[in-house]
Ligand binder design. Sequence first.
Ligand SMILES: Cc1ncc(COP(=O)(O)O)c(C=O)c1O
Length: 401
Amino acid sequence: MTNALLHPFSPPVKPEADYLEIVRGEGSLVFDVDGKGYVDGIANLWLCQVGHGRTEIIDAVTEQMHRIEAYNTFAPFTNGPAAEVAEMIVERSPHPDGRVFLGCSGSEAVDTALKLARLVQQRRGQEGRQVMIRRTNGYHGTNFGGTSAQGIALNREGWGDLVPHFIEVPHDDLEAAATVFAEHGERIAAVLTEPVQGAGGVHPPVDGYLEGLRHLCDDNGALLIFDEVICGFGRTGSWFGAQTFGVTPDLMTFAKGVTSGYQPLSGVTVSLSVCSELEEPGFLLRTGYTYSGHQASCAAGIANIELMEAEGLVDRVDSIGERLRAGLTALEGDGLLESWRGMGAIYAAELGRDAVSARDKMLEAGVIVRPMGTCLAICPPLVITDDEIGRIIDAMADALR
Ligand SMILES: Cc1ncc(COP(=O)(O)O)c(C=O)c1O
């Protein structure tokens, strides 16, 4: 029997009783309604950096809610938590002298970034620049802008006409991007890319790819947008992928890890030069959300970043990555995997066949990973222990044997 709830990215015909209900969490473990424990190898959905059940964040949100739950930040209003989390985010971002626009979801951040890129081009007198470059395998959320920017073809299908002026390039071929620039350079507003592609199968950039995109954008008057909804907040071993790869975008989206999921919060950081296009006296920025700068979400963001800092979680990524790589390499050596790819604390184990049944076997064994076509994604909380990483690898080995 189904019930009233329509689940995201799920078959609407699936009975409610066939879903797994997670009711509690502690560190890198979550527990279902029957009390069975699981190692959360996917950090909820690529996001729970500080682990589950962290009272520091719960208390910060509760305290904020007791003062006021939320009040909008449309002029003339502002609030302390929004201003404070904005400072904390830009300080750590590739735009320390830039500014940040806040929303709730990654999809909102992506659509806002696309709009801001077009807006900046318009304000520079480049009205003809409307084309956005997207990459195969890219995942950029499910609003209309993000859907149009998807490089996962199935996600674009069935919705009727999408936003026009998107051109797709192969995700690993800089020459192909250069060809598109050669043909359409004067019409290109921006390139949108994840530093490491996540939901499209965990694809780190090929050597020189992100630098190459930066050069193409610079040489042709286009903007570079990094979608760091998964990469941001430590996942690649620095606060942001931009720093890991040494490439500075003009705009950068974030969500997920900014609060570790304790409240919905997202945003777009913009460079000083983008800011300067917006800060003209008399100009009104006509975009935003009721919950842009929601106090309880911002309180969660502040407490989450403080926790990440206090526990050195960004620095833990190296050792997490080392253990995961060693485990995956051993599975590959035993012939259980075709290959693996990834970096930092985000990996995909390539099985070469549909991954759902392996995922199901791992669930039975008390480990959560995410099937994506023919691979299994691992993206654990940044507090995961060596023993818990071992449980992920052992459960994967058993499932594949
Ligand atoms: C890179 C990227 N961008 C955007 C999104 C969309 O975020 P949300 O689901 O919060 O709208 C996601 C979600 O996984 C993502 O991975």
